[in-house]
Design a protein around this ligand. Structure first.
Ligand SMILES: NC(=O)c1ccc[n+]([C@@H]2O[C@H](COP(=O)([O-])OP(=O)(O)OC[C@H]3O[C@@H](n4cnc5c(N)ncnc54)[C@H](OP(=O)(O)O)[C@@H]3O)[C@@H](O)[C@H]2O)c1
Length: 228
């Protein structure tokens, strides 16, 4: 049994990872502000704010997945310094806090690994994404830096999804027509479900990916690399 720490397992992609890991018999620890009604002896949760509260001591962790993030889309002149700071806090500082807190425990884990989240908008320039793309570019940078620093012990990888049907994206995917238009703008004519992105995270924390570190996995229906 592996011990998987999911920061942000209460909904969205993190919740999909959590359900899969519990179903495969692994032990899951979730840290989120909201509680999940999970009745499973292999599940433990801590309800706290990753940016404000003290993080709990945890004895054994094999993989850490950091899911909290944001989508702040505004024309550049409407973005306030506060927007940039908030995006950096939840996307980058929260991940840094988590990794600093649990690195020494992770180092003692079995095939230990970390998974972080970026966005397609780092590789592909997209209007109105200046704040979120700069925070997520930092995540891609820290992924590679930490992968080098923590080798050969802890693998560090990142997933850069296109828009994914979760609570976070609900204001963008406001209706079926918008969703269809956005889907059709992708080479594969599909946007992501939470399970699509979670499947790649589950692979990156499995032993099957034990030679993969420092990678940015682009789960984006071809959006960042193809022109067709
Ligand atoms: N959805 C997309 O379209 C999309 C696209 C590109 C990249 N991404 C990235 O993929 C990652 C996961 O996205 P998602 O759509 O699954 O997000 P989500 O639906 O907003 O879920 C985020 C999770 O993080 C937790 N969380 C948020 N703020 C927290 C805080 N301050 N303290 C503790 N927990 C906190 C939330 O739980 P509580 O609210 O209970 O605290 C929730 O469980 C994010 O980094 C996001 O930027 C998503």
């Amino acid at each position: 049994m592996r011990n998987i720490l999911i920061i942000g397992g209460s909904r969205g992609i993190g919740n999909s990872i959590l359900n899969y890991q519990l179903n495969t018999g692994n032990y899951c620890i979730n840290i989120s502000r909201n509680s999940l009604a999970v009745n499973n002896e292999n599940y433990k949760e801590y309800n706290l704010d990753i940016l404000k509260d003290e993080l709990p001591d945890i004895d054994s962790i094999d993989s850490l997945v950091y899911c909290p993030g944001s989508i702040t889309l505004k024309p550049f002149l409407q973005l306030k310094e506060e927007d940039f700071k908030n995006d950096f806090e939840i996307n980058v500082i929260g991940a840094v806090r988590s990794i600093q807190k649990y690195l020494n425990v992770l180092k003692k884990g079995s095939n230990p690994s970390i998974v972080l989240f970026s966005t397609v908008a780092v590789t592909k320039g997209m209007a109105f994404h200046a704040s979120i793309s700069s925070a997520k570019a930092a995540i891609e940078g820290i992924t590679k830096s930490l992968a080098a620093e923590f080798a050969p012990t802890v693998r560090v990888n990142c997933i850069a999804p296109t828009i994914t049907k979760t609570e976070l994206a609900k204001n963008i995917l406001r209706n079926e027509k918008i969703e269809e238009n956005i889907s059709n703008s992708h080479p594969l004519k599909k946007i992501c479900e939470a399970d699509d992105v979670a499947a790649v995270a589950n692979f990156l924390i499995s032993k099957e990916s034990n030679k993969i570190t420092g990678q940015i996995m682009r789960v984006d229906s071809g959006m960042s690399t193809l022109k067709i």
